[in-house]
Design a protein around this ligand. Sequence first.
Ligand SMILES: NC(=O)c1ccc[n+]([C@@H]2O[C@H](COP(=O)([O-])OP(=O)(O)OC[C@H]3O[C@@H](n4cnc5c(N)ncnc54)[C@H](O)[C@@H]3O)[C@@H](O)[C@H]2O)c1
Length: 452
Amino acid sequence: MPKSLLSRRAFLQTTAVAAGAALASNSIGLDAEPSYVTWEHSPASDRVRFGIVGVGMEGSGVLATAVALPGTECVAAADLYDGRHTLAREIVGKPIKTTRRYQELLDDKSVDAILIAVPDHWHRQVVVDSLAAGKDVYCEKPMSHNPADGLAMVAAAKKTDRIVQIGAQRTSSVLCAKVREMIGNGAIGDLNLIEATLGRNDPTGAWEYPPPPDLSPENLDWDTWLGAAPKKPFDPYAFARWRCWKEYGTGVAGDLLVHLISGMQFSLGINEVPKRVSAFGGIYRWKDGRNMPDVQAALFEYMGIPVYMRLSLGCESAEVTRFQGSKGMIELREFSVTYSPQAGVDTSPSYYSGGFPGAMRAAYVKKWHEEHDPTPGKEPATESITINGNDYDDLRPHLWKFFEAVRSRKPVVQDVVFGHNAALACHLANESYFRGVPVRWDEASQTIKSLA
Ligand SMILES: NC(=O)c1ccc[n+]([C@@H]2O[C@H](COP(=O)([O-])OP(=O)(O)OC[C@H]3O[C@@H](n4cnc5c(N)ncnc54)[C@H](O)[C@@H]3O)[C@@H](O)[C@H]2O)c1
């Protein structure tokens, strides 16, 4: 079954379309249809032949989306679990090579690009090997499992002229582009605070995924799956729920925060590591043996202002990012951008005058009205504007940009440095959580240092 029928993203999209229809009468719609919808056929020379490594929950969606784009052809899929060879062939709908060994895809000279959707602890090796084999690379977020992996990936990318795009979709979203345009035009004045929040409260949202029922050491190369992680006996739960453990995943930071950070970096037009980070949280709701927090709040300093991001797997709440400035606020949500201008002036006499004696207060209030009351019929009317658009996590525009870059050799926005910086913010948040103190990135030693 195509992943799009099952995913959280697809589910949320269905419900939001219904909600969006109700709002449509007083909001503006963005044209989210990119140029590929009118592209009828592609010459074989323009076709990008790709292989995919990792055809699990995300990889299956990446593959289904990629093969549905014009001008692409999947020729091979690698996965350590044989069930996903069957799945890859089902998705592609024609015979393709399938293998446990991703190196066979790299040896194939007819493969132009590699799409990588393996767990975080395997990103570095597959990316570095793919680049060394001369392939263009699309690697899922978070780019790295730890800072050292990120540095190695940046170094490997810099040694080649290959395209590397990281898979946090928001840098290809029309909604985030709209936020970027509004902030760039000064719509909210001087930015002074950013806050973002996201909450889930169900086992699947907390990564308690059901392992494939037939999974066994016979159809899975468990030792290779473990990679550089500590050796342990076959564990179907670690295979399916790897996000819960730092040995394989990066917790709510690498899984979810990285999307908020990537969307923010793109919306602000910045590409940098936060100056300092303080994070706090715990395992409050899902005491299932995990060692990564299920609630984590992180306070960053970016551009000299606070950026406060809160993630919870313990209580459902809407996902929203608020860009706050002296002239108003922009709220970015999965399917909408709302701009609420603020005049930033008093609209009535100051309540501080409640502390004036009566005659003084009356005189102050009278004078205030004389000086500030608008001419009748010319009262200012501030209006919020909501723009509805395509899901900001949609894979299609993001994969399309990657394949376009492979053809044109033009640089991508979410390149290896962008991906590294976004992932570093998450690693800093995790380090601060584990160390229990604020931390910063030390450029000189290229390591994380405690601030207390
Ligand atoms: N961009 C997004 O919105 C988004 C959403 C979900 C997941 N992701 C990312 O996608 C990646 C994969 O996540 P997932 O949920 O699909 O994981 P998953 O466990 O469902 O699938 C990973 C697959 O990779 C295979 N694999 C592991 N090591 C391998 C190796 N060395 N060679 C070949 N195959 C190997 C596994 O057998 C498994 O089938 C993660 O980095 C995750 O953070 C991104």
